[in-house]
Ligand binder design. Structure first.
Ligand code: DC
Length: 218
């Protein structure tokens, strides 16, 4: 039987950083489910689908074959056989992912893929609905969060380190708005599973959070 660790939480809480480190320490496979929604979004953008055109999303999402592989511990997302890792991190793709991920057909397709992966491998899977919907029987569930100001400061640092000028208050407002959308959508909203352990990373280092999750696994 495979061993599954589910990590959910709002954007910017540090899920992917933490999940990658845990996967490396335990020799598990890291599965970034947000990247799958982003690959689907890239396909929809290429097909010039409007985010509000539910009918067309329903038709087009059936045509997108999304699969994942791994190279040197990194997840590679394939869209109809093409490695799209470098194409899915843009703001444009992120916004389309946010708009198309509430679609039930998109979710059904990607949740099936996520469940297949978790059934055959030990995984650390991060997302929004892993503990509540995708893997309700995961052996360890973590809800990782952090204060919106702290998440905004992390994002601010990331951007300014890259030389991008930005405004901290605006970033925080965007984060609060994204949380609201994720938490209030009809299908699979972001929420803490009843049996998930709440971890707040606001005052913790990455290693402190990783150690806390490893302790739960043990
Ligand atoms: O974590 P991220 O920014 O890469 O996620 C991209 C989008 O996909 C985001 O709008 C939330 C959505 N998502 C989701 O609905 N369910 C998941 N399990 C993961 C991501």
């Amino acid at each position: 039987m495979s061993y599954n660790i589910a990590i959910d939480g709002p954007a910017g809480a540090g899920k992917s950083t933490i999940a990658k480190k845990i996967a490396k320490k335990l020799g598990y496979i890291y599965v970034d489910t947000g990247a799958m929604y982003r690959a689907m979004a890239l396909y929809l953008l290429r097909e010039q689908v409007q985010p509000s055109d539910t009918e067309k999303i329903n038709v087009k999402c059936a045509e997108a074959d999304i699969s994942i592989g791994h190279e040197n511990g990194e997840q590679i997302v394939y869209l109809n056989g093409e490695n799209v890792n470098d194409l899915i991190r843009s703001e444009k793709v992120g916004n389309m992912a946010s708009a198309s991920s509430p679609n039930p057909n998109v979710r059904k397709k990607l949740v099936e893929l996520q469940r297949r992966l978790a059934a055959s491998e030990n995984v650390v899977m991060d997302g929004r609905d892993i503990g509540t919907c995708v893997l309700p029987d995961a052996q360890v569930k973590v809800y990782l969060t952090a204060d919106s100001r702290v998440r905004a400061q992390r994002r601010y640092k990331e951007l300014t380190d890259k030389g991008v000028s930005c405004d901290l208050d605006t970033i925080e407002q965007d984060i609060i708005e994204r949380d609201r959308k994720d938490m209030t959508r009809e299908i699979s909203p972001l929420m803490q599973a009843e049996d998930a352990v709440l971890l707040d990373s606001s005052d913790k280092s990455i290693d402190e959070v990783v150690d806390a999750v490893i302790a739960l696994v043990h």
